[in-house]
Each structure stands twice: as structure tokens, then as C-alpha cells.
Design a protein around this ligand. Structure first.
Ligand code: ADP
Length: 550
């Protein structure tokens, strides 16, 4: 074998190698790639969201820090400071504890503005004998001031602003005392009990006084409207809540701790940011989850993949059918050709002994050449139908004589099997293409003989049904199972029993019949015959009453 030949063979082998697995692998890879991309996109959206949430939490912390500083300063500087200074003034000048009304009456302007914070006044002396003066009459407070309060004396050394606050819980109720040393060695302490309810107003005014976030962030908006803020007392009870939705997920907590010398120690602030404000505070806002969209896209990609795989399988099946078809066509054509050649040779070589034998040989040649013509005609029609180039020229014709003529033409082919024909033909004018009608009828009669028993009776009828013309061909064969009655009209489709039997067939005869009937504007189907065989029906539209046969 020459080199060039071998190369050609190799090339051919490569071309024939099935490409479907390769294509399927590529499609699968593209699906995996889509899934990876979807995952990446989801991951990116998720981390974008986490970053944005982190930024909003930082802003919440910023607001809480600012609030702690501002509220402590305001309450300390405008509240506790003037009250303690004024009280010390009174105690030092009078050397005794003023009465509440006396204290109120003599307060200067600054002190007067803070008076609402005072519930009661007290003065404790640790000299012996120790003594307690207290303007209130709560026995629990009184007892605490007399017995527990002296222990606070030591802490005063730490008071950076000259006074301290203490928050004891007395009989389930939280109390706050603000106190300072009256003399240098702190043997006498004076102070006041805080009217806790009054603090709410002070916290409110600290909140409202100015925006808690830097104005540069706000771009003209009131940032406090986006902030939910709650102040908790040392017992964990809310003392103040801002009106704007007080609790969002994105929150930060800050303790008052040492702010303004620790005057609000033990209290804490929780600030949160409304996520709807995200678009103002973070570039791009809080991204929504892309999961539904991504899952949707993935589903579409999987659907497309499934469709592509299905298409590939169909293509493969069709390719297989086509190659089977070519093999079947060659086989179908070879049988009559062999017969014709054989009997022609017999005649040519004068091998026939009697005139009856000669007659039979000629009949066979005639039958097989008709069969050959019919086969070729079918293949041509089929390929025209396949390419969409099948056209007809219908003319109004009386069906009865036409059908009768075609049946007669077919008799020599049927004669061999002992098949008899019975016709019941009603006259009616139908626009038909003569050649197409012949093809239809030949295919149906050919099938009736091919699949039916020997010596059967095949009935052919033309009749009027509901304003249409019907041609019915009924045989005494095995019939068509209900489930296959539609599929037999599909190209290359043969019943399993016939595909496996030696009966020749290309699987295109009925496809041609249906195509031709449809080109006449008609329909075709198969029913059960009255004697268990099949009854093939072609329904054609009738000619308009004014149309006469041409
Ligand atoms: P084929 O060349 O195989 O006859 P057709 O398209 O004409 O192709 O028919 C398709 C299939 O329908 C046949 O293979 C056969 O299985 C079934 N069929 C057609 N006509 C008949 C019939 N008269 N009786 C029983 N089966 C039939």
C-alpha cells in the first residue's frame, strides 16, 4: 500500500471517529465553567455585602462614640457640675444641708436649668459621731446612705472632676447618687440623688443637638434619621430610645465608661444604622443577594445543555437512520434488478423451453421493472419532500375512474400472491395531481400486499364523508397496533416485527403518502379494518361545486 493511500485511510478513520462524546465533554465543561462563574459571582456579591455591612457597623460605632462624648459632656457640664458647685457653696456657707425649696430658690441661672435632675439632697459626716442629713424620706435610701455609703469615701480620691456618681440598686430600684467632698480631707460628703426620669430629656437633647455622623457623609441629609439609638442604665433597662427604628442588625455598642470623669459609668449606648440609608453612606449601597438570578442562569445553562445533548443524540440517530436507509435502498433496488437480469439472460440465451415459460419470464421482467420504477419514484418523491421542493399541479378530476385505473395497473404485481382486489368507487370531483395520486395508491396497495397474507382480499373504496373525499384501502393483514398508528408515518420508521423480518422495506412509503396528501390540503391516517387488518385513509378536500372535471 502506498504512503498516500495509508494517509488517506488514516484521515478517513479520523473523520469517522464519533465526535459526540467530545462535543458532550465540551458542553459539560461549559456547564461546569458556568457553575464556577456563578459561584464566583455569588462569592464576590457576598464579600461586597460583608464589606458594606462592616462600613455601616463602623458608622454605627462612630455615632455611638460621638453620642457618648456628647451626652456625658452635656449632662456633666450643664447638669452635675453646676448642681454640685452650688450645693457645696450652700453647705460651706451655711455649714448645714439646705432644704430642697431653699436650694431651688437660691439657685443661679445655670443651676436652675439643671434642677430637674435633683430628687433629694444629702450630707454625710464621718466624724465621730457620724451623722446623716437627707431631704427625702425613703427609708432604704436613708439606710444605705448611713451604712454603705461611707465606703465610697475612698473612691473620691479618684474623682477627676471633683465629684463621683454611684448607682446602687435598692429594693429592686436603681438609684444614682452624685456626691463630692465638702472639706479637703473628705470627712464630710454632700451630694444629691438623681431624679432618673429627668435624664431621658437630657439624652434626648444630646441626640437632637446635632448630627452624630460627620456632615460630609450626609450630603445634605439628616443622618440622625438613619440612626436608631438606645441608652441603657447599669441595670440594663432602657433610659432613652430615639424615635427612629431603634434596632437594626447593623449595630455597635459603646459604654460611657470614663467619659466626663465617669459620671455615667455603667451605662451604655447601642447605635444602629438603617440599611436603607446604605446607598447614601456606602458606594453602591448594600448589594442584594444574586443567588436567585445566578441559580436561574445555572438552570437555563443546564436546560440548554440538556437540549444540546438531546439534539446530538437525535442527530446521531438520524445519521444512523440515513446510513441504514442507504443500505436498505441498495438492497431494495438489487432484488428486482437481479430478477430482471436473470430472466432477460434466460430469454436471450434461448433457455426457455415452452411458450408458457417465456410468457412467465416476460411477466416477471414486467413486474420487477414496474416495481423498480415505483421504488425509484418513491425515493425521488421522498428526497424532494425532504428538501422541500415537492410541488404538485392538482386539477379537478373524477376520483372513481382514476383510482380504478391505478388498481388495474397494479394487478400484475398482486397477481403473484393471489391477492384479489374489490373496489367500491363513488363518483366525485376532487382537485388532484394524477401522478401524486398514483404514487399514494401504489404505496398503500404495495404495503397491503407486502404485509398481508397470500390470497387476501384488499378493498379499495372512494366515498364522500362530511363534505370531503375519502380513499380507503383495507387489507386482511396483521393490522397496526394502536400505539404505532402515528409513528409509522415518520420517516424510516418500521414496525419492529417488520424491521426484524426478511420483508424488504425502506420506511419511506407512508412518509411520501402523508407528504403528498398534505400537499393536496388533505390528511392521512390508519384505522383498524373491519376484519382485523389495517385500513389506510386518505382524506382530500372536494372541488368547489362550480369546478368541473378537466
Ligand atoms: P416500508 O418501506 O417499510 O413499507 P412504509 O413507510 O411504507 O415503509 O411503512 C412503514 C411501516 O408501517 C412498515 O415498515 C410496516 O411495519 C408498517 N405498515 C405499513 N403498511 C402496513 C400494512 N398494510 N399492514 C401492516 N403494517 C404496515
Amino acid at each position: 500500500m502506498s504512503m498516500a493511500n495509508r494517509r488517506d485511510q488514516k484521515k478517513e478513520k479520523q473523520q469517522r471517529r464519533p465526535r459526540a462524546p467530545f462535543i458532550a465533554a465540551m458542553l459539560l465543561s461549559s456547564l461546569v465553567l458556568t457553575a464556577v462563574l456563578a459561584w464566583q459571582a455569588q462569592y464576590a456579591a457576598h464579600s461586597h455585602r460583608s464589606i458594606a455591612e462592616g462600613v455601616l457597623r463602623d458608622y454605627a460605632a462612630l455615632a455611638a462614640d460621638e453620642y457618648v462624648r456628647r451626652a456625658a459632656n452635656q449632662i456633666g457640664y450643664y447638669g452635675y457640675d453646676p448642681l454640685i458647685k452650688s450645693l457645696m457653696g450652700h453647705v460651706q456657707t451655711l455649714d448645714r444641708l439646705p432644704t430642697l425649696p431653699g436650694f431651688r430658690a437660691e439657685a443661679d441661672d445655670r443651676t436652675r436649668a439643671a434642677l430637674e435632675l435633683v430628687r433629694d439632697l444629702f450630707l454625710v459626716r464621718f466624724d465621730s459621731p457620724a451623722s446623716l442629713l437627707y431631704t427625702g424620706n425613703d427609708p432604704e435610701v436613708k439606710s444605705w446612705l448611713a451604712n454603705d455609703f461611707p465606703h465610697r469615701q475612698v473612691e473620691l480620691q479618684k474623682a477627676s472632676r471633683g465629684f463621683l456618681t454611684v448607682h446602687p440598686t435598692l429594693g429592686d430600684q436603681p438609684h444614682t447618687f452624685i456626691y463630692a467632698p465638702v472639706n479637703g480631707d473628705a470627712t464630710t460628703l454632700a451630694g444629691f440623688e438623681l431624679a432618673t426620669d429627668a435624664l431621658e430629656g437630657w439624652f434626648q437633647s444630646a441626640f437632637q443637638r446635632a448630627p452624630l455622623l460627620p456632615p460630609s457623609l450626609a450630603k445634605g441629609n439628616d443622618t440622625n434619621a438613619w440612626i436608631g439609638l438606645t441608652v441603657y442604665d447599669p441595670g440594663g433597662q432602657p433610659v432613652f430610645r430615639s424615635i427612629h427604628a431603634p434596632s437594626y442588625d447593623l449595630e455597635a455598642e459603646r459604654a460611657f465608661a470614663d467619659a466626663y470623669g465617669g459620671i455615667l459609668r455603667g451605662m451604655r449606648v447601642v447605635a444602629s444604622i438603617n440599611p436603607e440609608a446604605a446607598s447614601h453612606l456606602v458606594i453602591g449601597g448594600l448589594p442584594r443577594s444574586r443567588l436567585p438570578v445566578l441559580l436561574g442562569l445555572l438552570a437555563v445553562a443546564s436546560g440548554l445543555l440538556a437540549a444540546a445533548v438531546l439534539q446530538i443524540r437525535r442527530e446521531r440517530a438520524l445519521t444512523q437512520l440515513r446510513s441504514d436507509f442507504v443500505a436498505r435502498v441498495s438492497h431494495e433496488l438489487r432484488t428486482p434488478l437481479t430478477q430482471i437480469r436473470m430472466f432477460a439472460e434466460t430469454l436471450l440465451l434461448n433457455r426457455v423451453r415452452t411458450s408458457t415459460e417465456q410468457q412467465r419470464a416476460l411477466e416477471i421482467i414486467d413486474k420487477e421493472s414496474r416495481r423498480l420504477t415505483h421504488l425509484v419514484e418513491n425515493i425521488l418523491q421522498f428526497s424532494r419532500g425532504d428538501r422541500g421542493t415537492l410541488t404538485l399541479a392538482p386539477r379537478p378530476r373524477n376520483l372513481a375512474p382514476l383510482v380504478s385505473e391505478f388498481v388495474e395497473d397494479f394487478r400484475p404485481l398482486a397477481h403473484h400472491d393471489g391477492t384479489r382486489f374489490k373496489t367500491r368507487l363513488e363518483d366525485m370531483v376532487v382537485p388532484v395531481d394524477e401522478d401524486a395520486l398514483r404514487q399514494i395508491l401504489l404505496n398503500l396497495l404495495d404495503n397491503a400486499i407486502k404485509y398481508g397474507p397470500k390470497n387476501q382480499l384488499v378493498s379499495i373504496a372512494t366515498l364522500r364523508v362530511n363534505g370531503t373525499a375519502q380513499i380507503r384501502v383495507e387489507d386482511q393483514g396483521p393490522g397496526i397496533p394502536e400505539s404505532e398508528r402515528e409513528r409509522i408515518w415518520h420517516r424510516f420508521h418500521r414496525l419492529e416485527r417488520d424491521a426484524l423480518s426478511p420483508t424488504d422495506g425502506m420506511g419511506i412509503g407512508l412518509t411520501v403518502v402523508r407528504d403528498l396528501a398534505a400537499l393536496h390540503g388533505g390528511r392521512s391516517w390508519v384505522e383498524s379494518g373491519s376484519e382485523g387488518g389495517s385500513c389506510f385513509v386518505i382524506e382530500l378536500p372536494m372541488a368547489a361545486p362550480e369546478e368541473r372535471e378537466l
